[in-house]
Write a protein that binds this ligand. Structure first.
Ligand code: ADP
Ligand code: MG
Length: 612
């Protein structure tokens, strides 16, 4: 490429029109940012109804109309001046900004890069006025009759900034961005009516709503709204409130996540991270809860003036906010499952079809299903609900299943692999293709993934072991020697203690060799040491990528140690697996977040067979 020959020019001031356009580019990047500024002006003016109309996603034309306070005729030209605002009086007010606007830049910026017409009538004046501008130059000013409120009409956005027009995204993606802007505003102001029309068709038509839930229902529809739970919390003068989805209802991206700080829509990594943390280990990696998070705090404790579009904020108390939000969400998911503190409670949650919820979030006693059935479980004696003569917290007993249960009980062993009714009427399991376990609970068929379930059991047990509880080990009849690579040997030396705490008893045996004398009792098979070696390999990898070694031990041990698809299980093995699964803290998903079981309710089955 031939660069032009360097030639120095004298320094000079840019002409005001050019300065305007450069500055405008910072605030107005695209139609969606224009709409955001205009809607915020309407909200600041106390509008109860806001209508937005677009042509070609706003590139050709956008109109925002409101019934807010309006602007006095005298001040109308001022509204279009840069750094002219009615919202703060000076920098002394910057620490207490509660309005959306305060920089006095939006209208001036918009006017600089489009053909803009501003019409307004102040509530206390008889007549309104109108000003038309082209590229920031006033073309026309005249009185006009209109209802109270303001209309801003913008045509040919970026007509004088060709580069910007070319960089603009495609029309459909812009339309989506505008819709998102409106939705965010609508969530923050359920009491305000919003309307969005694009090329003649209605995209949003939202009547004033009495609360956030109603507004969310109107926007997302019932299928999303019914799976959202309200959360609330407060700490050190910071309030958090909102809705977030049950762990069973997630999305593959963050499009369902909205964050607001003092009703200002923001994107904030710390807040998004706190939501992720609330659901950690409960929803799969790569999935995101749907949530609306509203944070309220004194304006003095945030800085909204980080960026011209105010889409980012800075918090003074980031740590407090993170914890507050995470706990609030976790608590709300739990509230619906107060009884899910024990294996029995978790099973009843499952019977009600409320899987994967709060019981996954609280630590609890470790009594097994069997103990509960025999009345030895702590929850059984202590729990107020259970002592009121409720049904025993059993998953599988005939009484609890009632007549339906009896009717479903097979006479033979229809799937014949490893199952059949037990003589003592205890749980009934079928192993399907040596991979899944079928069983029934009150009102539903349950299909269990044996590998995922065992992974959860192993993970949980190893986690407790690492936290200090000595795990049961099985001594190997013939201690095994393993020869390690130098890499493996060095991670072994660092983590020998942790590995021992998980249940691997081992010692150096000269050179690169180690001797393993015992393995976790929980393991069915350690494949002549290859499991242990896999663990060391994963640890060495984790060391290189900087992952938490303890977390790696847990995950790797659970994954490599778990029974696999294709492993045959005896009836007592299946039963014990179920007992131990429901004694874990998070029985409905494996440590990677995949489900351990699927519940098929009778209504669903009946529907499929055309019975309802
Ligand atoms: P800011 O919102 O930061 O004050 P703007 O350029 O967006 O700056 O608006 C300038 C001023 O014009 C506002 O302070 C407000 O007084 C007035 N204004 C703008 N839009 C409206 C509206 N829709 N209704 C009433 N007043 C408005
Ligand atoms: Mg503004």
């Amino acid at each position: 490429m031939n660069l032009p020959k360097f030639e120095r020019r004298p320094i000079r001031l840019l002409d005001p029109g050019c300065v305007e356009r450069i500055a405008a580019g910072e605030v107005i990047e695209r139609p969606a940012s224009a709409i955001k500024e205009l809607i915020e002006n309407s909200l600041d003016a106390g509008a109860t109804r806001i209508r937005v109309r677009l042509k070609r996603a706003g590139f050709a034309e956008m109109v925002v109309e409101d019934d807010g306070s309006g602007i006095p005729v005298r001040e109308l030209p001022l509204a279009l001046e840069r750094h002219a605002t009615s919202k703060i009086a000076g920098s002394g007010d910057l620490g207490s900004v509660l309005s959306y606007g305060f920089r006095g830049e939006a209208l001036a910026s918009l006017a600089a890069v489009s053909r803009l017409s501003l019409r307004s009538r102040w509530a206390e004046e008889e007549l309104g006025a109108r000003i038309d501008l082209v590229g920031g130059e006033v073309e026309r000013r005249e009185p006009c009759a209109r209802l109270r409120g303001t209309t801003v009409e913008i045509r040919d956005l970026f007509f004088n900034v060709p580069a910007r027009r070319e960089f603009a995204k495609s029309d459909p993606s812009e339309k989506r961005a505008v819709t998102q802007v409106l939705q965010a505003a609508a969530f923050a102001h359920p009491e305000v009516a919003f309307e969005l029309e694009s090329d003649g068709s209605k995209i949003l038509d939202l009547a004033p709503a009495r609360d956030l839930e109603t507004r969310v229902h109107a926007i997302f529809g019932a299928s999303v709204a019914e799976h959202l739970r309200r959360f609330e919390g407060e700490a050190q003068g910071i309030r958090v409130m909102g809705l977030s989805s049950r762990p069973t209802h997630t999305r593959g991206n963050r499009t369902g996540q909205y964050f607001f700080v003092n009703r200002r829509p923001v994107f904030d990594k710390a807040l998004a991270h706190a939501v992720g943390a609330a659901y950690r280990e409960i929803i799969p990696a790569g999935r995101f809860a749907v949530c609306l998070v509203f944070l309220e705090l004194p304006p003095s404790r945030i800085d909204v003036n980080v960026h011209p579009t105010k889409a980012e904020v800075r918090f003074r108390d980031e740590g407090t906010i993170h914890t507050l939000l995470r706990h609030a969400i976790q608590d709300s998911l739990q509230l619906r499952h107060e009884e899910a503190e024990t294996a029995g409670g978790r099973i009843r949650a499952l019977e009600r079809g409320e899987m994967g919820a709060a019981d996954n979030l609280r630590s609890m006693g470790n009594n097994t299903l069997r103990e509960l059935m025999e009345g030895r479980g702590e929850g059984y004696d202590r729990g107020p609900r259970w002592s009121r003569g409720h049904a025993k917290p059993t998953l599988f007993d005939a009484e609890a299943l009632g007549e339906e249960g009896a009717a479903f009980r097979p006479s033979g062993a229809p799937l014949d692999v490893g199952a059949g009714a037990q003589p003592d009427g205890l749980p009934l399991f079928w192993q399907l293709h040596n991979t899944f376990i079928l069983t029934q609970i009150r009102g539903a068929l349950v299909i269990i993934d044996q590998h995922n379930s065992h992974e959860r059991v192993l993970y949980d047990q190893a986690k407790r072991s690492l936290a200090g509880k000595t795990p049961p080990t099985q001594q190997l009849l013939f201690p095994a020697t393993l020869e390690l690579s130098p890499d493996e040997l060095s991670v072994y030396q660092v983590h020998r203690g942790d590995l021992e705490r998980v249940g691997f008893l081992s010692e150096p045996f000269g050179g690169n060799t180690i001797l393993v004398r015992g393995i976790p009792a929980e393991l069915r098979n350690w494949n002549d040491g290859s499991l242990f070696r896999d663990l060391l390999v994963d640890l060495a990898d984790a060391g290189r990528s900087g992952s938490d070694p303890r977390e790696t031990i847990l995950a790797s041990y659970a994954c490599h140690g778990a029974i696999r698809a294709g492993d045959h299980l005896s009836l007592p093995e299946m039963q014990s697996l179920m007992d131990r699964l429901f004694a874990t803290e998070l029985p409905y998903s494996c440590p990677h977040g995949r489900p351990t079981l699927i519940r098929l309710g009778l209504p669903e089955l009946e529907r499929r067979f055309g019975r309802r």
